[in-house]
Structure formats: C-alpha cells, structure tokens
Write a protein that binds this ligand. Sequence first.
Ligand code: ADP
Ligand code: MG
Length: 729
Amino acid sequence: MSNFRFKALEIAQSRQAMPVAAPTERVGDFFGSYTFNNEVMRALLSPEAYLKVTEAISTNGQIDRGIADEVASAMKSWATSKGATHYTHWFQPLTGETAEKHDAFFDITLDGKAVEKFKGSALVQQEPDASSFPNGGLRNTFEARGYTGWDPSSPAFLMDNGAGGKTLCIPSVFISYTGEALDYKTPLLKALNALDKAATAVCQYFDRNITKVIPTLGPEQEYFVVDRALFYARPDLVLAGRTVFGHAPARGQQLEDHYFGSIPPRVNAFMVDFEFESMKLGMPVRTRHNEVAPGQFEVAPTFEEVNLAVDHNALLMDLMEKISEKHNLKVLFHEKPFAGVNGSGKHNNWSMGTNTGVNLLAPSTKPKESLRFLTFLVNVVKAVHDNADLLRATIASAGNEHRLGANEAPPAIVSVFLGESLTMALNDLETKSEVTVNKGDNVYYKLGLNRIPSLMRDNTDRNRTSPFAFTGNKFEFRAVGSSANSASTMTVLNAIVADQLNRFKTDLDARLAKGEKKELAIVDILKEYYANSKRILFEGNGYSDEWVEEAARRGLSNIKSSPDALGIFVKPESLALFERTGVMNHAEVESRYEIELEKYIKNVQIESRVMGDLAMNHVVSTALKYQNKLAETARNLVELGMTAEAEPIKDILREISTRVLVIKKGVEAMIESRKKANNVTDTGERAKLYATEVKDHFELIRYEVDKLEEVVDDEDWPLVKYRELLFVK
Ligand code: ADP
Ligand code: MG
C-alpha cells in the first residue's frame, strides 16, 4: 500500500506546469463571447422582441409564447454557429451541485431529415428527471416530476462538453408541479424582488428618481489545490472532501510566507486557464493571489447583481473543477480540508445599488445623502441584529462546522463591525438631545450630518475577525462556507433587510401622518433602532475567548452545532418572515430544513465511515506490521545479549499497542453510535446524534492515528502526508 503513496509522490514530483495559450486578443474582444448577452440579443432579435425581453428582465416579468419562439430561434442559431449541438436547462438543485439535462437541438426523422427541436416551449420549460433530486418531502417519488423554467435575467451561455462540442446552457429555476421551489434560485429571486420593492419605497423619501434598487454581490472564493495523483492516494479526500487524519507538518502557516509568496507555476497555469475561460463566459474574474495557508488560494470577481453573481459563482466552481483536472491538479472547495491550517470561506461582499447609479451603502459628502446612507446602514444593522440566528442558519453545514468556532475563522457568534469612526458617528447621533429646527436652519447641520463624510474619509480600519464587517461601501459576510451556494445566505440577507425596510417605512409613515418633519422623524427612528440593536456591534478580536464571554453577557447567540442552527429555519418567527416577504411558504421552508439535515447526516456519516475504514485497514494494519519489524529487531538484540539496547524498542512497541487498542475501541464505539443514530426516525434527532455522539469519537481516533504517524517508519506509512499534500507543487 505504501507503494501507492510513493508512486503518487513520484508522479506528482515529475509534473511540469501545463503550457496555457495566453489569449491573443484584448479582454474586451473575448469577454462574454460565450454568452447570449445583451449585445447579441440586440443584434439578433427584432426590436420588439428585444424590448420585451429586456423589459421582462428588469421587471421580472413574463415572456409570452410568440416572443419565446423568436428568442429560442435566435439562441439556437447563435449557439449552433459557435459549435453547440445540444442545449440544457442549467439549474441549482438543493444537493449543492449544479444540474443539467442535455437535449439535442435536432432530431433525425426516420427518413433521415433533421427537424428542429428547440422551440420557445423548450426554452421556457424542460422536464428533468426530478426523482434524483432531493425534495424534502415536497413530492412523493411516484409523482416525482418537477420542471425547470428559463430565468431570462441570467444570460444563457456555452459550455464545452469535453468532446470538442458545446452545449447551450439556459439558467433556470426548478419547481415542482404544485409550484413549490425545489432549488436555490427561486426563493432568491423572490427575496431580491422583495428587497427591490422595499428599498425603492424607502429611497423615495430621498430621491424620486430612484425607481429600482439592485442588490449586489461580489463573492471572494477561497480554495485549496493539491496534485491529482496525491488526491487520489487519499481516500478521505476523495470520499469526504477533507483529510480525516494527518499529522501537522513541521512547517505550517506559522511563517505566513505563503500569502506574499509567488504562485507555484502549475497552479498559476491553472489560474490563467480558468480565468480565460471565465472571461469568455462573461464572468469578471479579477484577483489572483495566495491565501494564508500553504496550498490555499483565492479568486474574486468584480461584483454583479446578486442573482447573476450567484450563478457565476456556481459556474466558476464547476469550471475550476473541470480545468483543475486538465492540469493534473484537484481543487478543494471543502471548508476544512486540513486540520491545523486555515479553512476556506466565501466572503459575500454585499451592497445595494440604484437605477440612478448610487451605492446605498457608500458614504457621501452631501449631508442629505448622509442621512440616506445612515438610514440604510442602520436598517441593515437592525435586520442583522433581529435575525442573527437565521443568518447563522444559512451557513450551517457539516463542512463549515469544522471552521466556525475553530480558532481560525469567524466564530459562530454573529456580530457586526462598523469601524471606529462610523460607530462614533452613530453614538453621536444617538446621544444628540432633541433638536429643534427653526425657519432658515439647516436641518442636516443641526443633526451633525455634515460631519459624517470627514469622519469616514480616514476610515481605513479593517477587522479581519468580524463575521459581518462594513468595509467602506459594502458589508462583507465572511462566515459563509467555501463550498456553499451563496443563494441560501443571500436569500435570507435580502429578505431580512427587505422586511426591516418595510417596517421602517411603516414607522416613518406613522410619524409623517402626525405632521412630524421628515428628517427629524427619520433620525428619531434611527436613534431608536440603533439603541435597540447596538449590542450586536463588536470592534474587538472576534476570535478571542473574551469575546465569547462578552457575547454571552450581551445575550448574543453562539450556536455551534449545525442541526441546532438549521432548526432556526422552522421556528415560527422565521416561517412568518419568509411568508411576509413572499420568499417561501411553510412547506418550502420545512422541506429545505429536511434536506439540509439529510445532507448534514450523510456528510458526517461518510466522514465517520472513511475514518473507521482508514483507521483499521490502513493505519492499524500498518502499525501492526511495523510492530512485527520492531519485535524482530528487539528479539535479535536480546539474542545477542544486548538486553538494555532492546528496552527503548520495547517502549515503542508498547506505545503502538496502546494506541492501536484505543483506536480499535474508538472505531467500534463510533460504529455503535452510528447504529444508534440510524435507528432514530426523526431527522432532526438523528442529525443531533450525528453531531454529538458520532462526531465525538473523531477527535480521539484522529489524535491516536496522528501520533502513530509520528512513530511508524515513513517508508511504511500508507497515507500521503500533510507536508506532501500541501507543499509538493
Ligand atoms: P477589498 O475588500 O480588499 O477592499 P475590494 O474592495 O476589491 O477588495 O472588494 C472585494 C470584493 O468586494 C470584490 O469581489 C468586489 O467586487 C466586491 N465589491 C466591491 N464593491 C461592492 C459592492 N458595492 N457590492 C458588492 N460587492 C462589492
Ligand atoms: Mg475579503
């Protein structure tokens, strides 16, 4: 078996960077060339159809059959002219992967004629075999049919099919025949719509020209890269996405030299390759750098409208997986593939833009705009404060559980960082006594709103330990897991902010009806909101033990276990919020809860099985063989009369025996815990057992295995070691 490790190492070490043909054209010449974008539509559609489609995109409206036929025909000729032979509705089921079902554009009739198969109806709707996707009880399998429906707000694109041809991918929603959402996109679109409505209504108090608010997202994606041969020599990476064993290398990230180091040539070639392909797909991929841990990197696109950004992130991850294989590498999106070095996140940078080109979370130099800025800022803070647990629920997963609350990532406590000057400005506002405004007074001046911009200008402080940080003109939600689909978090964030903005409007309208002056009424409400939610603000070190205690004193939640966090989804307040905002009905939320629990259980179950198998078949068996070698050596020494010299060897023998025994007992007990959990029918209870009784064995077994790794002869050790996985490039 150890041969396998050394063979893999030999292969990995002999590899060269794959040459990548750098694009010869300018970026502008190929950017988006694989997308059925606005420009293409304008060129290929009749003016009437073009207008209808763009209108439907901006108003989330319907597209009638006649127009759909025209669009389908244009899409088909565009796609076939670029080499596409098939089309598919591309969607995001709740498994967490993306899904496709390929159909040919043409059928051949019996007499050998090609007939067109791609009409408007096929563009608008397709029936995948839905029985293989999770539905959380929404549909019985005997009527396992849902359908996918075109989402015109995300442009169709071309993907290489791996065999020289291309497939036209049509971004779609996935819904059951009874109308319930079976995917990530459907509730997201509803939440974005709710936010648009609520935020536009609030903008109207400040600027009548604002008729649309577009939430924006720029997800920074962290990932690890390992050699492909080494990856396949680690069954735990293959099956569970993370290493369940592995002794920390002598040199980890303590030197912090990786961050500023140069990117290894093979990884660089991979990056150049996927960035080029991303650009063709219209994805504005931008930065390229090393992360803190060895073998860890980050890619960040320029922000886009949220729905598009979510699609693009899912597509980017698909693309990276495919292209990494081409470079004999493997990209790892797991939140914690290696113990002892940093995990990976997906920082969700989020803001709101208007049709007039204003970023609602950007401080302004104009006092009037400062009030608008503060209005949105404080409402976001209050929304996060009031719904912190629900936000926490959106980032709960088996993978992220290894990261949240560990000493190297945002803790499971949701807090908000605003920075010193902004906090000061808000404190000023809060303590400002009743302001009286006389005729001729400048109300903004009296409120102190003329000072905000100067306070903000030098606000460059950054807090990297805050899970939800204001970073100058946007919020950055950092606790999202690297493998997650951002839609879940974005659905909730936009829904809770929409809900809060609706409440603000109600509060303000009530005061205006009583004849209060608008600006004063707004400030009054913001003062009250601020006072009620400022306990969520935290500027200090979010990774410290003191913060955990302080947060408890403040009454903030610290939900460590995923099943507990997921339970928040189905609390009456959460169900009411989703219903109020029109994002999801009760059945939809409950099915999602079921699906997330099932995913959690399956993931922990797989980890646990891999751990048991590797411990017994790889580690214990290797340790026993090594013991044999040692025993023989000791015996030889004793025979030669070197009894004293045999003693240290006997010590090692004893140590190995003890550890093997602990491992064996641990694995047996873990199997018993799994059996017990599997006999529980309630999904929530079963998930809790996996989170506690099953997982409780992990650390102990791992500890002993990693100790054995230190003792057993390197020649015999069967599993590729951390130093090899992380440093061989
Ligand atoms: P840094 O956080 O280091 O200052 P950037 O300012 O470039 O880096 O932003 C990081 C990410 O935030 C990028 O993906 C960027 O596109 C995104 N971002 C910037 N402005 C906004 C915005 N208004 N809305 C959403 N995301 C944004
Ligand atoms: Mg960041």
